[in-house]
Design a protein around this ligand. Structure first.
Ligand code: PLP
Length: 431
């Protein structure tokens, strides 16, 4: 039985609403830590070393990063600014697996100078840039190749379609293929080949795509060794995509691992290498820990419809608006469900500012003054938020494992927002 979703008392939520204003985000530290152990347990029968990597882009709040640093896990970083955050939070570049999208020489040089050694390349030009950066820094680098296994993925976001943005195909007539990258890495002094990385999608609901991707990878490696001679596989990084529940039944971390563990263990035999397995995750590790608490500011009824207006909007949960993604919502304190259809409306003057709801949403008893809680909002939420409509950034709070509530990001006040938008500049007077 899973025991991750945090519980909060009504009294606790109202008390924090009085103290910090609404909307606010509340992170449960214990839930963050439980997802790490849930993922580690799922792979305990893997016969080689296993590492969880937190995909920092999902939620880069420094307190969240520090929590994961203290769990001793790795960090999947996709931008050098994330490395700055990680190092400021006491993390170590030894625990970084770095996957750049831009792959410039300057970026590779910068992160290598800060001690990053495990770097995932996704293009031939990127590899040439890394070779140049390595020569400048003068230290060894452990290179992984990001492959696009071109498998079909059942998920909210799919990254593994043919000719997709990320990674390279196994083979192709062009230089942007795993085969040609591999050939170049193996023939370049100072480049140590580490292994392969793929990232199939986000909120993946059917684990079978991982099995297909691993099968393709295994036969690619066996074929490449026949052509290029023996090379070791030290790491296989299966990327992210583990789903958060969002009020529905989704496969658990062990549902995923049970689909691939047999295969991974047999790859240790077939490849003859006790490779390290890395599973990256942003959404699964961070989503469930966090709620957003909003206050109902108005209701409006026509015939069968009841509009419920809250003081948050899609600027707080932009990702859900882009993906038309439903969070579990609940009125606090709840009441009997209304025969009318409830429409949960945000505060923005934009017809698109309606939160997706379904019959799973608990909007009964909605009246002004009550709260509406959005669950599972820890991933890709406030990190994508905006200040649309002059809306200052809300407070982010954390309930620690000791049960106290701490501020992990101060809410912005309106003067700060005004000033950050340039309101206090005096040197560019309107002509
Ligand atoms: C975003 C990202 C992840 C995390 O994806 P989730 O769906 O949040 O688990 C993992 N790996 C890479 C390379 C990513 O860009």
């Amino acid at each position: 039985m899973r025991n991750v979703t945090p519980k909060f008392s009504d009294q606790e939520l109202f008390h924090l609403a009085e103290k910090f204003g609404t909307p606010y985000f509340l992170i449960d530290e214990a839930a963050l830590r439980r997802t790490v152990s849930e993922l580690e347990q799922a792979y305990q029968d893997f016969k080689g070393p296993f590492r969880v990597a937190y995909s920092t882009k999902a939620n880069y709040n420094p307190t969240v990063i520090k929590t994961f640093v203290s769990e001793g896990i790795m960090f999947d970083l996709t931008a050098s600014n994330e490395l700055y955050f990680l190092l400021k939070c006491g993390g170590s570049s030894e625990n970084v697996i770095y996957t750049s999208i831009t792959e410039t020489m300057a970026e590779y040089e910068q992160v290598m100078k800060l001690g990053v050694r495990k770097i995932v390349v996704s293009s031939y030009n990127g590899l040439l840039n890394l070779i140049e950066a390595r020569a400048r820094v003068g230290d060894d680098v452990e290179v992984l190749i990001r492959v696009n296994p071109e498998v079909s993925v059942k998920a909210e976001l799919r990254f593994s379609m043919k000719h997709g943005k990320f990674g390279v195909p196994f083979d192709s007539a062009d230089e942007d293929s795993a085969m040609s990258l591999l050939r170049k890495i193996l023939s370049t002094p100072g480049m140590s080949f580490e292994g392969f990385h793929f990232h199939l999608g986000s909120q993946i609901e059917d684990p079978s795509c991982f099995a297909v991707a691993l099968e393709k990878l295994e036969s690619f490696v066996l074929g490449a060794r026949r052509e290029l001679g023996s090379f070791p596989i030290r790491t296989i990084d299966m990327g992210g995509g583990l789903p958060a529940p969002y009020g529905r039944t989704v496969p658990t971390a062990s549902d995923f691992s049970s689909q691939v563990l047999g295969q991974l263990n047999s790859m240790i035999e077939s490849l003859g290498d006790k490779f390290t397995l890395i599973v990256e995750s942003g959404r699964f590790l961070s989503a469930e820990s966090t709620i957003m608490v909003t206050r109902i500011v108005n209701v409006k009824k026509f015939d069968e419809t009841k509009y419920v207006y809250v003081d948050a909007g899609y600027h707080n949960l932009l990702d859900s608006a882009l993906l038309k993604h439903e969070y579990p919502v609940e009125v606090i304190p709840g009441g009997s469900s209304s025969p009318r259809k409830s429409v949960l409306s945000g505060r923005l003057c934009d017809a698109l500012d309606i939160f997706p709801t379904s019959n799973r949403s608990k909007l009964g008893g909605a009246e002004p003054g009550k709260l509406v809680v959005f669950r599972d909002v820890g991933a890709y939420s406030f990190v994508i938020g905006s200040q649309f409509h002059c809306q200052p950034k809300p407070y982010i709070l954390m309930r620690t494992t000791q049960g106290s509530h701490i501020v992990v990001r101060k809410g912005q006040d309106l003067d700060e927002l005004f000033s950050e938008e340039g309101g206090d500049l005096t040197n560019h007077k309107h002509q």
